[in-house]
Design a protein around this ligand. Sequence first.
Ligand SMILES: *Cc1c(COP(=O)(O)O)cnc(C)c1O
Length: 376
Amino acid sequence: MIYLSPPHMSGNEKRLVMEAFDSNWIAPLGPQVKAFEKEMAEYVNTKGALALNSGTAAIHLALKLLNVGRGDTVFCSSLTFVASANPILYLGAEPVFIDSEPSSWNMSANALKRAFINATKSGNMPKAVIIVNIYGQSADMDSLLSICNYYNVPVIEDAAESLGATYKGKVSGTFGEFGVYSFNGNKIITTSGGGMLVSNDLDALERARYMATQARDPALHYQHSKIGYNYRLSNILAAIGRAQLKVLMERITSRRQIFNKYYTELHNIKGIKFMPEAAYGRSTRWLTALTIDENHSGVTSTEIVEFLLSQNVEARPVWKPLHLQPLFKNCAYYSHSNENVSEKLFTKGVCLPSGSSLLKEEQERVIKCFLNALGI
Ligand SMILES: *Cc1c(COP(=O)(O)O)cnc(C)c1O
């Protein structure tokens, strides 16, 4: 089986994990966690970072820090993984979903503007906006942030899929009040499971640290005055993360090379369009994504994904937009224009195996199967 995006160890993880074992810092927290936080903050260039046991936990805490609670509204990209919006529900708040733009597949400024105009009319302003950067590419932060700043609403950047990408030379995930990364097994670097919350607001990060550690008050006995969570990353997993962070640049280079190979081999086929790379930044090409127009190819994206799976090649459809998910069926949604971009991308989109450890022969097999699926 050729997997979509499997973990790719550098070889140095074991040494750092052994360090943790040798010092018996198995848990809780410990020096590897501290070092991982410091190295992440340095890499992304924020004042601080908080290591957590998932990216979802990081989004949950960011929403808590922005005082999102029962009955509040939060705007969120629709074309994303469910983890972007689940924490909104944890807090009893309500998501309003925003469509994508065709040029980056990320949040549409048009749709966001209309959502804000309507919110102003109804007097139901959102407490926060979650802007997601999908498949390794930053959203158009300047145009989105200028709208959010105009309405004075803070932004959480879900950069779970875009660690290492840049926007106008600055690292993706550092544009909002809070940035969120994930080290889940399928991400560009992994700790097997984990996440990071980054910010320039060190006080806020301290409050998040407190909430993530069962909200334990500074007292000798166990004293608690607020709801807490058990969200910290273990020292062992942080050791893996430190070794992974060191090879992030190489991982990006590999993923971009994999994209380029797919592009070279497939872009001339009628009806196929690759996810564009917006001129404002550099994508990591975490996943190579493309769309197939059935009218030209005679084959649907679903048929292609199914055929590839039958050949032991793990391809996937593009994210099903959250406003189409049964879980969110009563939530409001703003489309880009008359054009419903995220729905179109979902209907036509395919993600191809893009792991940085993908061998040349393996990629050739994927390409061959893909062509077979199209009857070429
Ligand atoms: C993976 C992912 C998350 C969640 O990260 P976990 O670490 O798995 O909790 C959130 N948002 C997006 C867009 C993701 O792809």
